[in-house]
Design a protein around this ligand. Structure first.
Ligand code: DHB
Length: 390
């Protein structure tokens, strides 16, 4: 090549790079992809409300850069998530993707985050393996094994001799079933049967009849956020409590968004999870009050807190880079993040990019006339146990 060809080539390369280079006066865009419609719309509603609350409380400027939130509805359909993520990256030139209400939706976007080097903050989906699908993923929700292992060990020590597991038949359900059976059995308990039910609109009646016939000490359940009411209704109608069968599970089944409407059947349910609206701390009191005030009394659930902390993580990372939205710099900054969440102290594990957090033991009780998950014990600073093993 002669000098002129080299010069032209470098000019062209520079010109091609221009549209994707952010100038200091440009807003940093965050593409928030959520199921705002369809069977998992409650997840979208919770996360959107929490993200907007965070911005209202903390302003829309970080390190001198204006923040612009672009919300898109994927309806809970993975092909839509993928198409929307692509458009947000290519057309809107977002610096960060966030949201991801269900595991298959996070899987669909992960390769795009890698390809475009755009950080992807998973605020809801909770299958362990998600963060391994891209080095640009960080997570502010939880993992099912993280929430399940403490419960399996507690059950074995608290008079529960035999269990039947009932889980939604996809990633997080399989994670919960595996974690529960492995740890409960290792601690001396017996798992009589493992039952998997369809993810959307499941009819629990035949499965719960089967549980009743097997007469375990307890049924362990995982269903995704929003589905718990349907499960509780069938648990009541099949008379499992009368048959002396206890209900235990991860806190997804006693989701704060719908718990109070479940009625007395939910009383006494023992769950483990990372967030309860009844968590007793000044940070949580302030969060719950502000969230309810901004959303016509809607109670925040664990999806809401995942969205709130997702925004916090993005703000902290931008502060750390001095407002530089470079994807590699942002994800590096996210790996160092540590803060006090409404759920308690949290940190991002730099090795796995998963959240390290307390897992609380809770029992459903009536407090001032309303049903809450009342915390009675905790295991501190829990990491995802699946990734601890390798
Ligand atoms: C997932 C979705 C949920 O609503 C939930 O409570 C836990 C996990 C998921 O799809 O990963």
């Amino acid at each position: 090549m002669n000098r002129r060809t080299v010069l032209v080539a470098s000019l062209l390369a520079g010109a091609a790079a221009l549209p994707t280079t952010l100038r200091a006066e440009d807003a940093v865009k965050i593409g928030l992809i959520l199921p705002m419609t369809g069977p998992f719309a409650s997840t979208g509603r919770q996360v959107e409300a929490a993200a907007r609350l965070f911005m209202a409380q903390n302003g829309d400027t970080v390190a001198g850069r204006k923040i612009e939130l672009i919300l898109k509805d994927d309806g809970g359909v993975a092909d839509q998530t993928k198409r929307i993520a692509q458009e947000l990256i290519v057309n809107d030139k977002v610096s960060v993707l966030a949201g991801f209400g269900l595991t298959p939706l996070a899987f669909a976007a992960a390769p795009l985050a890698t390809q475009a080097k755009v950080p992807m903050v998973v605020v809801a989906a909770a299958t362990s393996v998600i963060t391994e699908r891209s080095p640009y993923i960080a997570r502010t929700s939880f993992t099912l094994p993280q929430a399940t292992v403490p419960l399996a060990e507690w059950a074995a020590k608290n008079g529960i001799e035999s269990v039947v597991t009932v889980v939604s038949d996809y990633g997080p359900g399989v994670d919960a079933e595996t974690a529960f059976t492995t740890r409960f059995t290792a601690a001396g308990g017996k798992v009589l049967e493992t039952i998997r039910v369809p993810v959307a609109n499941p009819d629990f009646a035949p499965f719960l009849q089967r549980v009743r016939d097997l007469k375990p000490s307890a049924v362990f359940v995982f269903v995704p956020s929003g589905i718990g009411s349907a499960f509780m209704k069938q648990f009541k109608e099949r008379g499992l409590a009368e048959a002396g069968i206890k209900l235990i599970g991860t806190g997804d089944v006693t989701d704060d968004d719908i718990l109070d409407a479940m009625g007395d059947v939910a009383l006494g349910t023992i769950t483990t999870h990372h967030y309860s609206a009844a968590h007793d701390s000044p940070e949580n009191k302030a969060f719950v009050e502000a969230f309810e005030a901004a959303n016509k009394g809607m109670r925040p659930n664990f999806m809401g807190v995942g969205g709130y902390d997702g925004m916090r993580l993005i703000y902290e990372a931008l502060k750390a880079t001095g407002g530089d939205p470079d994807g590699d710099k942002l994800i590096e900054a996210m790996k160092q993040a540590k803060w006090t969440s409404p759920r308690g102290p949290v940190a991002i594990d730099p090795r796995t990019r998963d959240i390290v957090q307390n897992i609380y033991f809770r029992e459903v009780e009536r407090v001032d006339g309303q049903l809450y998950n009342v915390e009675f014990d905790a295991v501190e600073a829990v990491k995802d146990p699946v990734k601890e093993a390798h």
